[in-house]
Write a protein of this length. Structure first.
Length: 227
């Protein structure tokens, strides 16, 4: 299926229909899902998990419109990482080229609009998100410090089964080092683009409790009980 939502002019026209959507984006392992769960519990918002939705996008993409995403179809675990540098993996990310934006929009437009929808997804850049926003305070980008991310991903992939499911037979320590380097490139791009659009970024270093971060984001999103 070819996405009709791929050019910036079309995206700008969607800021109205998507006015009920709030976005928690940014870097991997920054606590996005934890904060989304907290906000959902407190304010009864609907959470859209982009990481889970990605699997369905692989069946909807086309090589002509989504070459980088299509290249991942049928790839074995670790296939995007093996024999590539961190910079090469970064440059091949479908989200870097805006290939995931249309699928996000299609999914969100198909959801009910009777309450706030909170998107929990790292894979959209400020350049692609800004045209979808009616106001800048609909989005926030979380960027973890290198130490925070290293600790979080180190704990995540300490489970050998999870490491194999992600990286196949490749050495987990080598792949984790490459992953951290790739994510640093992504963070740099997010920060640069967010500055250009005056979109909010929050540095996550573990010093602020998740509940307090949730309060800050809720205030920015205008969430209240009964929203």
């Amino acid at each position: 299926m070819t996405s009709p939502f791929s050019d910036s002019e079309t995206n700008r026209e969607l800021s109205g229909p998507l006015a009920h959507v709030r976005w928690i984006a940014g870097g991997t392992a920054s606590g996005k899902s934890t904060l989304a769960r907290l906000l959902a519990d407190r304010y009864d918002v609907e959470v859209y998990n982009g990481d889970r939705a990605e699997h369905g996008w692989l069946t909807r993409c086309t090589p002509q419109r989504h070459p980088h995403l299509s290249a991942m179809r049928g790839m074995p675990p670790g296939g995007t990482w093996a024999d590539h540098t961190a910079k090469e993996v970064f440059r091949a990310m479908p989200s870097l080229h805006g290939e995931t934006t249309g699928f996000l929009v299609e999914d969100l437009l198909a959801m009910p609009t009777d309450r706030i929808v909170l998107v929990d997804y790292f894979g959209i850049l400020p350049n692609h998100l800004a045209p979808l926003l009616r106001r800048p305070d609909q989005a926030v980008f979380l960027l973890p410090t290198p130490r925070f991310r290293q600790d979080a991903l180190g704990a995540r992939y300490a489970d050998p089964a999870r490491a194999r499911a992600t990286w196949g037979r490749s050495d987990p320590e080598t792949m984790l080092t490459k992953r951290l380097a790739r994510d640093a490139f992504w963070d740099e791009e997010v920060r640069r683009q967010a500055d250009g659009h005056r979109l909010d970024t929050i540095t996550v270093d573990g010093s602020t409790p998740a509940a307090d971060l949730a309060d800050r984001i809720a205030a920015r999103f205008g969430l209240s009980h009964g929203t």
